[in-house]
Design a protein around this ligand. Structure first.
Ligand SMILES: [Zn+2]
Length: 417
């Protein structure tokens, strides 16, 4: 039958043959079932050690779900042999298309995982008439394979970032490789404590950590502490993305309290829906937004003053010379400290106390792209948005590794989709 020829082209198993293909009702719908048999003189392999041994009877017929064809679900049907292993005793043999009690074949898991990279997990489950949980297990399997088989050689530049998840109630610490042409998620772990980042360095290993040249991070104290200790040869840079994020947080805080006071005094809230207006860079505003910003500028608002201070600070990143940048920063900090904008003053103090690390940005100039961490952060946020149904940190971690880890895939030669 043609289907056998096709299967042998797609996937051929040594020691096993496709016997027949037939239609059969499986879980209430018609499915294509392919019988598999072991070659007559083959010996079953122990699942623990791989050693081949004598047959000790057969298991019941079992179905393993394979890659669907047209609108039909496809199953392999096989009666596994029990093998007598001299070391492990009597075991159910290892089969090359699946593992343990998992009902899905490796190929089907890879297939689902590939689709789950393009679609949300829920959409993938819906399209292939399977459960969300099956998609999760498929992705998890592919990720585990990828993590076990990836290379961590040549990592010299990393970025550490925090990302808030589950409506901002929890954090994950993300560690990215930032080397040009090799950007990927290296590691992610729950929370943002000293313990968290120590976890990364422990897994990464001492030798590799000593080879790190640049580490970009937030000014979050636990991170700085661990980086100083565990990456002794690296320049720790507080990069543009992380610093400008602090500015935005401060502007947002001022805007919120100002809007609140409008409300309390029964005044018109001129800042209504002004959040994005103030957080976006000027050049990214639409025409309408630019004119609205112009109107707001005429009013004596704290939010606008804070906004102007941020826009002014952008100049800092354009300096070519370290000493000029230093001078500019000092000047900006003194000016800001004279205002009554408390959240901005906090930013100013933070900049002053972390000045050497911020100026490291200029020492590494040309080496690190300003958008590297930001780009990865955006991709991570997109993953969260697509992650409808993710309820646990574990799920999110798997999803992040899957979409951002650039991991090697099992059966990468198979063209299922
Ligand atoms: Zn064994």
């Amino acid at each position: 039958m043609l289907i056998k020829t096709l299967l042998n082209k797609v996937e051929r198993f040594k020691s096993f043959v496709y016997v027949d293909a037939r239609f059969q009702a499986v879980k209430g719908s018609e499915a294509l079932v392919i019988d598999i048999k072991a070659r007559r003189n083959s010996k079953p392999a122990c699942p623990e050690c791989g050693k081949r041994g004598k047959v000790h009877g057969l298991q019941k017929l079992r179905l393993y779900e394979y890659v669907p064809v047209w609108a039909f679900k496809v199953y392999f049907a096989y009666r596994a042999r029990r093998v007598i292993c001299p070391i492990h005793g009597i075991r159910v043999e290892d089969v090359p298309w699946g593992y343990g009690k998992e009902q899905m074949t490796f190929s089907y898991q890879v297939y689902l995982a590939r689709w789950a990279k393009r679609l949300s997990w829920k959409e993938t489950a819906d399209i292939f008439l399977t459960s969300w949980d099956s998609v999760f297990r498929a992705v998890q399997h592919v990720v585990e394979y990828g993590l076990a088989n990836r290379s961590l050689d040549g990592v010299t530049e990393i970025g550490v970032d925090e990302i808030s998840v589950f409506k901002g109630h929890k954090y994950l610490t993300m560690v990215y490789q930032l080397n040009a042409g090799a950007r990927r998620l290296l590691w992610c772990g729950p929370e943002r404590r000293v313990k968290t980042l120590l976890g990364f360095f422990r897994e990464f290993g001492k030798e590799r950590s000593e080879q790190l040249k640049y580490v970009c991070s937030d000014m979050w104290a636990p991170y700085l502490k661990v980086i100083a200790k565990k990456a002794p040869n690296a320049l720790n840079i507080l990069d543009r993305f992380h610093i400008m994020r602090k500015f935005n947080e401060a502007i947002d805080e001022i805007r919120r309290s100002e809007a609140k006071s409008f409300k309390a005094n029964n005044q018109v809230n001129v800042l209504e829906k002004g959040r994005w207006l103030l957080l976006k860079r000027k050049e990214n505003l639409s025409e309408k937004q630019t004119s609205r910003l112009g109107d707001l500028m005429k009013l004596n608002l704290s939010s606008i003053k804070a906004y102007m201070l941020r826009e002014d600070f952008q100049q800092f990143w354009c300096y070519q010379r370290y000493d000029f940048a230093d001078k500019f920063l000092e000047n900006w900090v003194s000016r800001t400290l004279q205002t009554n904008l408390e959240p901005m003053k906090k930013v100013a103090k933070m900049l002053r106390s972390h000045k050497p690390m911020i100026l490291n940005w200029f020492k590494a100039k040309g080496r690190l792209s300003s958008g590297a961490v930001e780009g990865m952060n955006l991709k991570a946020k997109l993953t969260i948005r697509k992650a409808y149904g993710f309820k646990t940190i574990k799920c999110l971690q798997v999803a992040f590794y899957h979409t951002l880890g650039n991991l090697p895939e099992p059966m990468c030669n198979q063209k299922f989709c």
